[in-house]
Design a protein around this ligand. Structure first.
Ligand code: KIV
Length: 272
């Protein structure tokens, strides 16, 4: 599907690096959240595979399927009028080689109104990124911490090998990615690499030296966690939805039990 008129293009996102305007990105998985994010001025909305952990309640992102991804992407992309919508390719669509990856990414663009896909991985994923870009599908790279490789790495660790990080990012940039997410990279290294790359970097847990920032919706609104102090170190809580929704549920239960809900204004009397 064509890029929606009025929506930010990948070129516009790249120009933001040149002009020094920071890129603001957030995850969303449904229509109303995407609508609000879009109206509030988010530049990029990511249909993250974090849907597996924050929405489905799984311990990793590995079980998310392509069909589930398309289901969420369809709602998000329909809601966004201005923001660039990027869809995170779930494991193992892009680990199975370039042909499989092109087929899966093409399905996303064919069945949703999203503009781009995100592919996780460094230099070893460059051939796949190149094939997807050559198929006419814009790719957002993702280097640093790679949650889809958690079984191989044995956990989620801060990335502190600047030479490897730069080699990975340079390979993904060279393969044609329009920007690169840097996840959980020591902040001085993220800044150094961001300065060396031509394409923008979008950091999560990688400090202010990146060209943009991305947060997971459930972290920034404390929706997944009971207490704000359970929020990951890299996230800032902008509004405590857990507290608000918990209060609302408790008040509702109390009102139903006591008969305070519904009142006359919330029910239908005789026809006048
Ligand atoms: O799935 C996701 O939410 C992501 C972000 C952490 C960038 O990949």
């Amino acid at each position: 599907m064509a890029n929606k008129s009025g929506a930010l293009s990948v070129l516009k996102i790249q120009k933001m690096k040149e002009s020094g305007e920071k890129i603001a990105m957030v995850t969303a998985y449904d229509y109303p959240t995407a609508q609000m994010a879009d109206a509030a001025g988010l530049d990029v909305i990511l249909v993250g595979d974090s849907v597996g952990t924050v929405v489905q309640g799984r311990s990793t992102t590995l079980s998310v399927t392509l069909d589930e991804t398309i289901y969420h992407a369809e709602m998000v992309a329909r809601a966004a009028k201005r923001a660039l919508v990027v869809v995170d390719m779930p494991f193992p669509c892009c680990q199975l080689g370039p042909d499989e990856a092109v087929r899966a990414c093409a399905r996303v663009l064919k069945e949703t109104e999203a503009t781009a896909v995100k592919i996780e991985g460094g230099a070893s994923r460059a051939e796949t990124v190149r094939a997807v870009v050559e198929a006419g599908i814009p790719v957002l790279g993702h280097c640093g911490l790679a949650p889809q490789s958690v079984k191989a790495t044995g956990g989620y660790f801060i990335q502190r090998d600047v030479d490897r990080l730069y080699a990975d990012c340079a390979a993904i940039e060279e393969a044609g990615a329009f920007a690169i997410v840097l996840e959980c990279v020591q902040r001085d290294y993220a800044e150094e690499v961001s300065k060396k790359l031509r394409v923008p970097t979008i950091g999560i847990g990688s400090g202010v030296g990146c060209d943009g920032q991305v947060l997971v919706f459930h972290d920034m609104f404390n929706y997944a966690n009971k207490e704000p102090n359970e929020t990951p170190k890299h996230a800032r809580v902008y509004c405590d939805l857990h507290k608000l929704v918990d209060r609302g549920f408790r008040d509702y239960v109390a009102d139903v039990k006591s008969g305070a809900f519904p009142g006359d204004t919330e029910s239908f009397g005789p026809k006048k």
